[in-house]
Design a protein around this ligand. Structure first.
Ligand code: GN1
Ligand code: MG
Length: 346
């Protein structure tokens, strides 16, 4: 079955080794290697249609972005789409599932967390900040109306709160009673955590194309710990710089995985390293108000993730892949803890 899908993209007369790959929460991902040496590898993904109901528009966005990056950042390595043999950016199988292929960068690596050696970690984090800042710089001239909002209101706090409220009301998994503490914490933080929405509504913060999933593991590193390629362009949409700067900090300026509620804490040296990297390429063109309000980005993004994980927990774990029955709850607790810690920025 998977061999047939691969054959829609690559030459049929070769043999490939196909293995599940990566830690994404959304799609099914496989690494494809040719059995002949010296051949480049590929990444095959089955697009999650629950999350992305319109894969055609999703792939249009990705193609528009990758084509734009080729022209705005010539000579740099960028993600590209491997088209199916009929030239489309995806293959639709007989079950109605959509598949896509990317090159596999076999000389580069993604990490869920920065390196265990603190000095190496700082190098990686600053470089990741710079790579995400460079991404923002590279798509700056991409007109906002050329990209469709495939997941509308993705980082709109008030919308995420409405989703949570709906999940509380329905209580489909009968879990509301057990999460009273988390719900009160979410409510307590609302005034500060809805400021970004308000500034966007008032157009005090400019709408810009953003990546919207700048997790630390969405940038690939070379052997000398330099960030080389930003990956996972699924959520490239009109947004603002705070979303990317904030999500980068949420996942890079920390010391433990996304769900490690007991252990997770903010490391301010890491925070500063990411900030330095991001600002080194964006400071020239960010507005004074954007610069002034950046400190609210990390708490807001951690808060959004806390609200989203809590919502999914209450809905019975229907959105994110989980490795155990309470993982979404632990993720929610860890992210709400981070939101509070980020608000204490010295
Ligand atoms: C999902 O692609 P992946 O697994 O990195 C999610 C992001 C969340 C992230 C949390 C389309 O991203 O928004 O920040 O999980 N992507 C989507 O780890 O919902
Ligand atoms: Mg993703």
């Amino acid at each position: 079955m998977l061999e047939n899908i691969v054959g829609q993209f690559l030459e049929n007369n070769r043999k490939y080794v196909i293995r599940p790959f990566g830690n994404g929460h959304i799609h099914d991902t496989y690494r494809i290697e040719s059995t002949e040496s010296g051949q480049s590898g590929f990444l095959l993904q089955k697009i999650n249609k629950t999350v992305f109901p319109d894969p055609v528009v999703l792939m249009q966005n990705i193609r528009t972005t990758t084509e734009f990056l080729k022209s705005s950042a010539p000579g740099t390595r960028q993600l590209s789409v491997i088209p199916a043999r009929d030239g489309t950016a995806f293959f639709k199988d007989s079950a109605g599932d959509y598949w896509r292929m990317y090159p596999f960068f076999s000389d580069l690596v993604a990490y869920d967390l920065p390196d265990a050696d603190p000095a190496v970690a700082l190098v990686q984090i600053e470089s990741a900040g710079q790579a995400f800042g460079q991404f923002a710089t590279n798509v700056r001239e991409l007109p906002v109306d050329q990209i469709t909002a495939v997941l509308p209101d993705f980082h709109r706090v008030t919308w995420r709160l409405e989703q949570l409220q709906a999940a509380i009301q329905t209580d489909s998994a009968d879990r509301v009673e057990a999460v009273g503490r988390e719900i009160s914490l979410v409510k307590k933080l609302i005034p500060k955590m809805t400021l970004l929405d308000a500034w966007l509504d008032m157009e005090m913060i400019p709408r810009r194309i953003s990546h919207n999933d700048t997790k630390f593991n969405n940038v690939l590193f070379d052997e000398s710990h330099q960030a080389k390629v930003v990956i996972d362009l699924d959520t490239v949409m009109p947004g603002c710089v705070h979303f990317d700067y904030g999500d980068g900090l949420r996942t890079a300026a920390v010391t433990a995985p996304e769900d490690a509620v007991e252990r997770v804490t903010v490391d301010w040296d890491r925070y500063d390293a990411f900030h330095r990297g991001y600002l080194s390429v964006t400071e020239d063109w960010l507005t004074p108000f954007e610069l002034e309000t950046l400190p609210l980005a990390a708490p807001t993004l951690a808060y959004i993730m806390g609200v989203r994980f809590l919502t999914d927990y209450l809905c019975g774990d229907v959105y994110y892949k989980i490795n155990g029955p309470r993982q979404n709850l632990r993720r929610a607790q860890a992210q709400l803890k981070l939101a509070q810690l980020f608000l204490l920025k010295p």
